[in-house]
Design a binder for this molecule. Sequence first.
Ligand code: SF4
Ligand code: MG
Length: 336
Amino acid sequence: TPPVLAVDALSVSFPVKRGLFRRPDRLRAVDDVSFELAPGEVLGLVGESGSGKSTTGRALMRLVEPDAGSVRLREVELTELSGEQMRRHRRHIQMVFQDPYSSLDPSMVIAESVGEPLEVHEGLRGRQRDERVRELLVRVGLSARHLERYPYEFSGGQRQRLAIARALAVDPAVVVCDEAVSALDVSTQNQIINLLERLRGELGTSYLFISHDLSVVRRLAQRVAVMYLGRLVEDGPSERLYSRPAHPYTEALLSAVPVPDPVAQRRRERIVLPGDPPDPTDPPRGCPFHPRCPYAMDVCREETPAPTPVDGGGRVRCHLHTAGPVLAGGSVLELR
Ligand code: SF4
Ligand code: MG
């Protein structure tokens, strides 16, 4: 089956002023990112804050404008739509944020805020709209009697259910979840994850699940993509990526994730990366991870690694996995 979403060489940059006497510069928030999403699939997008995950999600929906690249949703090239066409097309790609108030207006009752996409995209009003909102509330595990209540009358977990109901109201093909469970306590997180999983089964929706929390991503995602400094450094099936990470950055991220098995936990050393992520307005030459990488070699400071297929699925951008780039002295790198 063809992918429901195909992102190719997506790049986004923002103007920044770096210092008093320096020329204005551009921050490459998303740099040459490509991935696909199959129907009904969950792709986890992980990385530290500032890695470009959220900007990627927002660029898909044209909430920020990409500089370059292609975003195809089914047969439609989203980057070529006019503003008005894109607004209409947003029914097919919806977003759920960390803060439910980003999509629920605190001054609107539930019938209005959850029902708004039904009015905008399907022209439903009054009783027809309310009937659909009642169905949606039940679908996300809430009572159908909440129509006239305000968001503040609900708990954090319930508000996230409402935000999900609103996102699903017009039956989108893709939902971008940006840290959608990150602000919730663990048991509420579990409930929302179970809800998202159930809805995926019932509706066949695909999710791009953006999170800094790899243990949460593991519970939902069939595939995972890892971002560092705006670049996609590794992707692959969850099973392979969690058990055999190919990129040293993925390895370090995973070493910080608690493992349920205490024996496995003892065997796994936590890798502490030196330093903070580098200044994104002035990314390092070569591999962007080299200043923090425990395996950095000479070639890493000079050449940007190209995506290389990984055994067990996916791709990695790391010289440990390329077919032996030739160093200045003529020696060939050893493969791990
Ligand atoms: Fe580390 Fe080099 Fe691989 Fe970059 S290319 S992750 S610096 S080993
Ligand atoms: Mg973010």
